[in-house]
Design a binder for this molecule. Structure first.
Ligand code: NAP
Ligand code: ZN
Length: 353
């Protein structure tokens, strides 16, 4: 992709693994014919931002401007853009491009693009050379295929986390048919986990929230969990054996997968969405005797992301957030690592301007 004219853009970046984020200037491209230029209003802080800034997945490049939970307002559009106009409320999630030709792209599953989905940051555009920079920045230019509409009744700050935490949990819930009659557990009550509780409940499933302590019990119940288990209590783990059709596992650091697999019914499925970046040992007998499945899932396609946003609007679902100025981002990372957030930090991008 050729950058014709560049637009100077203020951002926050990390300059090396584990370094603090600091002010940084990037260039955004002028909108090409199919591009949407977005004035970013809010950007959520996903645990993936922390993993990548700390190079825990081993593929980080610097300087890195993180952020893939972007909510903003369309500022300008290319001449061939038909779906958006200036003033529209829009979102951008974890991807900004894909090949648009392979079977996955044709099926609306761009996140599984057989060439590759271009990630919103810490990646290179399909031209093979232009680095991508994320939403801890004033504005972004994105092909209209990777822009979604944020419905009017979802405030932009509460909508931002839906672009990653929302779709990453909605997609496996839909794929594995969460709904009435299904018993679903959500492990880890962070950004992804709290969205999974809300979404699974709105889909009509019976939801059990599984956290390490009792401290989030009343919150989880308010979000729709019918039951709550604290894994600090061995008797709670014992009682949960063989109980769930589906477990959405959002745990962000290594934990014993065999414990959670024991909680599945016959033919139950545990989906890993949490991505600690380390091997997670699984005993064969955690799966074999009751024909259990251990699966993985990543974000969701663009069609499904729009469907999720519409579903959230219909059910009046937004993320539970703590809005912070960009100057507090490093402190927020430290707090996120301690699970000290109820339940998603969202950066007010006005503080960057
Ligand atoms: P988060 O807000 O930090 O939540 C993670 C939760 O996991 C914590 O709140 C905590 O819940 C639980 N947890 C952490 N360490 C644990 C441990 N050792 N044992 C048991 N529970 C533990 O993070 P997030 O933003 O929701 O992201 C969660 C994970 O999903 C990250 O690894 C992230 O990279 C990944 N992710 C994947 C995708 C995808 O496409 N698959 C997309 C986005 C994020 P409690 O305090 O309730 O115990
Ligand atoms: Zn994310």
């Amino acid at each position: 992709m050729m950058i014709k004219t560049a637009i100077k853009t203020k951002a926050f970046a990390a300059n090396g693994p584990g370094q603090e984020l600091k002010p940084f200037e990037i260039q955004r491209r002028e909108p090409g014919p199919y591009d949407v230029h977005i004035d970013i209003k809010f950007c959520g802080i996903c645990h993936s931002d922390v993993h990548q800034v700390r190079n825990e997945w081993g593929q980080s490049s610097f300087p890195m401007v993180p952020g893939h939970e972007i909510a903003g307002i369309v500022a300008a559009t290319g001449e061939k853009v038909t779906r958006f106009k200036p003033g529209d409320r829009v979102g951008v999630g974890c991807m900004v491009d894909s090949c648009n030709e392979c079977d996955s792209c044709k099926d609306g599953l761009e996140q599984y693009c057989e060439r590759r989905a271009v990630l919103t940051y810490n990646d290179i555009e399909l031209d093979g050379k232009t680095p991508t920079y994320g939403g801890y920045s004033e504005r972004i230019t994105v092909h209209e295929r990777f822009v979604v509409r944020i419905p009017d009744n979802v405030p932009l700050d509460k909508a931002a986390p839906l672009l990653c935490a929302g779709i990453t949990t909605y997609s496996p819930l839909i794929h594995w048919k969460a709904g009435p009659g299904k018993s679903i557990a959500v492990v880890g009550l962070g950004g992804l986990g709290h969205m999974a509780v809300k979404l699974a409940n709105a889909l009509g499933a019976r939801v059990t929230a599984i956290s390490r302590s009792l401290s989030k019990k009343s919150d989880a119940e308010a979000m729709g969990a019918k039951e709550y288990l604290a894994t600090s209590d061995p008797s709670a783990i014992e009682q949960a054996q063989g109980r769930f059709d589906l477990i959405i596992n959002t745990v962000s650091s290594p934990a014993d997968m065999n414990t959670y697999l024991g909680m599945l019914k016959r033919d139950g499925v545990m989906v890993l969405v949490g991505a600690p970046g380390e091997e997670l040992p699984v005993h064969p007998f955690s799966l074999i005797p009751k024909r259990k499945t251990l699966a993985g899932s990543t974000i969701g396609g663009m069609r499904e992301t729009q469907e999720m946003l519409n579903f959230c609007a219909e059910h009046e679902i937004g993320a539970e957030i703590e809005v912070i100025p960009i100057g507090k981002v490093n402190e927020a990372y430290d707090r996120l690592l301690k699970s000290d957030v109820r339940y998603r930090f969202v950066i007010d991008i006005a503080s960057l301007k």
